[in-house]
Design a binder for this molecule. Structure first.
Ligand SMILES: C[S@@+](CC[C@H](N)C(=O)[O-])C[C@H]1O[C@@H](n2cnc3c(N)ncnc32)[C@H](O)[C@@H]1O
Length: 336
């Protein structure tokens, strides 16, 4: 009897996931963690600042308190916990842009998960009528939010990469589809002898240039705008593809790899940095795999042997797979 109760409670807990997500999204979008940055406030004050209904806001904040994001220090008086700093816009570890993307895009299109499962097609495209990349590029504000969200996630991962891979013998490297250059900036700061190239789509390159200038690294980092389905910068020692291949189907991934191989000398290195599926893969990585289906249809996480086959077909030999303290692995391949 007890075991049935426990099983039911576990299942019911799973069904509550979407409600908690929506509480988090709503509070973040209203800017509650930002408003509480300088100290506790009453529910009435928060309602005034957010133009919301005070008692309904209180009911939301009560749920938020149960998750540990805020604390009710006196009746209807709230302050933030350390957890909430990740939800504040100007915190260096802010996840706010990522959460808003989740709320405004993922939350809506995951409703169409059954469609993706039935058809193998993108729930995002079904919901919004165009691809996720196109959708975000339509408005500079959204495109910026997408880049910022990616950079925040990348920031967490770059420490894992730097602690797991030694770039000290490298003089030149290029990051293909390197976003706003977050990984390159860390590598350049750690290794003063490296000269780098960031290859990206034109719009993202513009924002990356501003960041590189801010870090005084623009002289050591060339930026090249283009498409990885066309020509790539030639003759570098190391080519990086981080979180790129997993967005594309095998045919497209092969095309990107072949384009890299075409401009690489024999013996130079390609680092494919992303999640690799194995028996030990954590739930969040398996969920990322499903997110790639929902978002892009063509995207997926691959196993070691699937990556090996693609690399061989493009003219590479898989040299080693280095696991990192985060969810991503570094797949090192040599041009043969
Ligand atoms: C998931 S993001 C990864 C960004 C970065 N490598 C990271 O790990 O944070 C994929 C990147 O590929 C870029 N991208 C998409 N299509 C591209 C193309 N055809 N040519 C060059 N870059 C492209 C996007 O602009 C985006 O920054």
């Amino acid at each position: 009897m007890n075991s049935l109760k426990n099983t039911q409670e576990k299942i019911l807990e799973l069904t509550r996931g979407f409600q908690l997500s929506q509480c988090l999204f709503t509070a973040t979008a209203l800017g509650i963690p930002d408003l509480l940055k300088d100290g506790a406030k009453s529910c009435e004050e928060l309602a005034q600042a957010t133009q919301t209904h005070a008692h309904s806001l209180y009911r939301l904040l009560r749920v938020l308190a149960s998750t540990g994001i805020v604390t009710e220090i006196a009746p209807q008086q709230f302050e933030v916990t350390a957890m909430a700093t990740c939800l504040q816009q100007d915190s260096p570890d802010s996840l706010k842009d990522f959460i808003l993307l989740r709320a405004e895009q993922d939350y809506l299109c995951w409703k169409e998960l059954p469609y993706s499962i039935k058809t193998g097609k993108s729930a995002f495209e079904r919901t919004f009528g165009i691809s996720r990349y196109q959708y975000n590029q339509q408005t500079p504000q959204l495109s910026e939010r997408f880049d910022k969200a990616m950079s925040t996630l990348a920031r967490k991962q770059k420490e894992a990469i730097l602690s797991s891979y030694d770039f000290s013998t490298v003089d030149t490297l290029v990051d293909i589809g390197g976003g706003q250059g977050s990984l390159l900036i860390s590598i350049l700061k750690r290794y003063p002898n490296i000269n780098a190239t960031l290859f990206e789509q034109a719009e993202t390159i513009q924002r990356a240039q501003e960041l590189l200038e801010k870090e005084h690294l623009n002289e050591r980092c060339q930026t090249v705008a283009g498409s990885f389905f066309e020509a790539l910068p030639e003759g570098k020692e190391v080519y990086i593809l981080k979180h790129v291949l997993h967005n594309w189907d095998d045919e497209q991934a092969l095309q990107i790899l072949q384009n890299c191989r075409r401009v690489m000398a024999v013996g130079t290195k390609l680092l494919v940095i992303e999640g690799v599926i194995s028996e030990k893969t954590a739930q969040r990585s398996i969920l990322l795999d499903l997110t790639l289906l929902v978002s892009f249809a063509s995207g997926k996480l691959r196993t070691e042997s699937e990556l090996d086959q693609l690399l061989q077909a493009a003219g590479f030999a898989l040299n080693r797979i280095i696991s990192t303290p985060s969810d991503i692995s570094i797949v090192e391949a040599l041009a043969v």
